[in-house]
Design a protein around this ligand. Structure first.
Ligand code: 5GP
Ligand code: MN
Length: 335
C-alpha cells in the first residue's frame, strides 16, 4: 500500500469512483463516506456511495444519504458500478469481510483501491494506496485531513461539515474519549466556519428514537444485565424475542453497550445480540484492557483497544456461557 499523499496528484483527473464502508454503517462510516462524496463531486468525479447493508434511521437526515445504494437491496446495479469503477475508497474498515456480501465483488474489482481507516491491524496488501492510523478519533477526521492535505481546504462546505461532524461526534462519544485530541477540536472549529448547525446533528442522531426503543433499553437494563464484580465486568444478552417484542430496528441497539461502563469500577462491558445470521458481540473497556485482542482471540472479531466487536455461530446461550468461562482467565488483568 502506497502512502496516501502519493495519491493526491491523481485527484484532478475525472474518474468513476465508488465509496464504501463497513456493513451496518455507523455515524463515522456513513459520515466519512458522504463527506468524501461531497468533496469528490466538487472535483468533477462521478461518485457513488455503496453501503454493504441498510443503516440506522438516525442517519437518514444526512445530506446525500438519499443517493446511497444499499447493496443488499439492489445487488445487480451495485455490482455493475463496482466492476466499472476506476477507484474504490474503502472507509472505516480494515479488512474486506467487514463489507459482508459486497466483499467478494470488492476483492475481484480491477479498480485502484484506497484505504482510509483507523482500526487495528489493517489488511494493507489489499490496497494500492491508503492510510491507516489507529490514533485518529474517527475516519471522518481522516477525511478532513485528506481534504486539507491534498490542498483543497477551500472546498469545505456545510454538507461536508455536517457529515464529518457526525462521525467525529459519534466515534468520540460526543468528544469525551481519549482520542479527542487538540487536532479534533481544531478541525471542529474549522468546520464551524462553514456555518453548519452542530446542535441539529446531536438532536438528529440522539433525540430521534421511538418510545419503544427507550422502553427496550429499560427492559434490557432491568432484565438482561449481569455484573461480575469479581472481574470488574458487566455483561448483557438480547434475544431474538426481545428484539421482536420491542420492534427493534437497525441502529436501535447502538449505544446500549456503553451503559455497562457507567457502573462504578467496571472496566469491561460485553453485549451479545442474537441477530438473524449470527450472534454479534460488542466489547467496550476502560483503561488498558485491550478488547481488540480479546475479540480477535475469542470471537473472530477486532476493532480498537477500547471498543471492538465479534461474532459467534453458536446459540445465544452457548456463546454467553463461553464468555463467562473465558473471562475467568482474565481475572488478574481485570483487577
Ligand atoms: P460495535 O460494537 O459498535 O459494533 O463495534 C465497535 C468497533 O469494533 C467498531 O469500530 C467496529 O467497526 C469494530 N467491529 C465491530 N465488529 C467487528 C468485527 O467483527 N471485526 C472487526 N475487525 N471489527 C469489528
Ligand atoms: Mn470509525
Amino acid at each position: 500500500m502506497q502512502a496516501i499523499d502519493q495519491f493526491y496528484p491523481l485527484l484532478n483527473e475525472s474518474k468513476r469512483v465508488v465509496i464504501t464502508m463497513h456493513q451496518k454503517p455507523d455515524g463515522d462510516a456513513m459520515g466519512s463516506a458522504l463527506g468524501l462524496y461531497h468533496f469528490l463531486q466538487q472535483l468533477n468525479h462521478e461518485v457513488t456511495v455503496i453501503s454493504p447493508t441498510n443503516w440506522a434511521d438516525f442517519l437518514d437526515w444526512m445530506p446525500g444519504v438519499n443517493t446511497v445504494l444499499n447493496f443488499e437491496a439492489g445487488k445487480e446495479k451495485a455490482i455493475k458500478i463496482v466492476d466499472q469503477a476506476d477507484w474504490i475508497f474503502c472507509l472505516d474498515f480494515n479488512i474486506f469481510h467487514r463489507t459482508k456480501h459486497l466483499a467478494t465483488h470488492l476483492v475481484k474489482a480491477t479498480a485502484t483501491k484506497i484505504l482510509i481507516d483507523h482500526h487495528e491491524e489493517p489488511d494493507t496488501p489489499s490496497f494500492q494506496y491508503g492510510i491507516s492510523n489507529i490514533s485518529k478519533s474517527s475516519t471522518c477526521e481522516m477525511i478532513y485531513d485528506f481534504i486539507v492535505e491534498s490542498g483543497n481546504v477551500a472546498l469545505l462546505n456545510k454538507d461536508i461539515a455536517l457529515c464529518l461532524y457526525t462521525g467525529v461526534m459519534t466515534d468520540t462519544g460526543s468528544f469525551r474519549f481519549a482520542s479527542t485530541t487538540a487536532s479534533v477540536h481544531k478541525m471542529v472549529a474549522k468546520l464551524k466556519e462553514t456555518g453548519f448547525d452542530h446542535s441539529s446533528v446531536h438532536a438528529n442522531v440522539y433525540d430521534n428514537f421511538l418510545e419503544s426503543r427507550l422502553r427496550f433499553i429499560g427492559f434490557a437494563l432491568l432484565n438482561r444485565l449481569e455484573v461480575l464484580y469479581e472481574y470488574n465486568t458487566a455483561m448483557m444478552y438480547i434475544t431474538k424475542q426481545d428484539l421482536k417484542q420491542y420492534d427493534i430496528k437497525t441502529g436501535d441497539t447502538e449505544g446500549l453497550v456503553n451503559y455497562l461502563l457507567t457502573i462504578k469500577g467496571i472496566k469491561f462491558g460485553a453485549l451479545v445480540i442474537d441477530r438473524d445470521e449470527e450472534r454479534k458481540w460488542s466489547f467496550r473497556s476502560k483503561g488498558n484492557f485491550d478488547v481488540n485482542t480479546f475479540a480477535r482471540n475469542h470471537f473472530e472479531g477486532g476493532g480498537h483497544a477500547n471498543a471492538s466487536g465479534g461474532r459467534s455461530s453458536k446459540t445465544i446461550d452457548e456463546t454467553y456461557q463461553d464468555f463467562k468461562k473465558i473471562i475467568k482467565t482474565y481475572k488478574t488483568q481485570l483487577q
